[in-house]
Design a protein around this ligand. Sequence first.
Ligand code: XMP
Length: 321
Amino acid sequence: MEIEEIEVKDLDPQVFVEQKIAEIASLVGSGLAVNALSGGVDSSTVTMLGHKALGERLKTYFIDHGLMREGEPKKIVALFNEIGVPVEIVDAKAAFFDALKGVGDPEEKREAITQAFYKDVFGELVKESGATHLLQGTNYTDIEETVAGVKRQHNILEQLGIDPEKEYGYKVIEPLIRLRKPAVREVAKALGLSEEIHNRPPFPGPALAARVIGEVTWERVETVRKATGIVEEELSNTGAFQYLAILHEDMVTGVRSGKRDYGFQVEVRCWDSQDAKTGSPTRLPYEILERLAERITTEVPGVVSVTYNITKKPPSTIEAV
Ligand code: XMP
């Protein structure tokens, strides 16, 4: 890979912040930039860098594609408004769910999200706003996994031979491209972002679509969204790297009140990891696993089976899609 990583031990977060602010200001010049905030540590860090570099010449959008956790759009926008960063919510649910209709293959799903995001939604926003640049939080691990062919990360363009200027009409600036997550967290801290943001567990760009096996429909996302809420409530104090719920495509026979109940299967994953490159399942106490099964099968309509993934990455990956 041509891009060289800056490791945490070699990073001076304050100096990095100053350099990136100067670089963004010089690249954008007198133009306008846009960026999408999801509330993850990467996009939050980029939002702050862009805000400090460009002030009102940065327009930050929260793209509500309907694939987020419960209540997420409002919560994140409020958090940023509190620190003086204006963010506009864009309702893009229809564009994303239309693009995902009938798509079951994981890589095709990622491609559909990329197209909906960059072309349909951002293409339009950029046109409307007259922006010349898009700021985004691509990190070193995203590039590495895409180049290695593990997964097509939704935010990778140039490494796949896509010229965003030719294809979508704007230039992309990626200030975090030489950093992995732990280094991004240091930069976020240096920018004064709260613990809630700089310490957030990772969440994938394709959001809950990365956790629905098979077709992504509104109903299926609702199922995984409810299960995700329970998993996060139960596992947030474990100190694990990441924990998630996956909705399987196959249905299985269950029994409820003495009657056959053909229903959904949810898989819980909880990872110990440093940088998401490799990972091991957390050795959760059995009582927690039992509580997860109990809550998911009673609180999430239609679920009759809950399993826990006991496979390491590799050969598993953190997300299922
Ligand atoms: P995998 O599933 O590849 O995930 O083992 C590694 C880490 O990356 C996150 N992830 C993504 N992040 N865009 C992102 O910004 C993506 O397309 C994407 N896919 C996976 C995942 O949550 C884990 O932390």
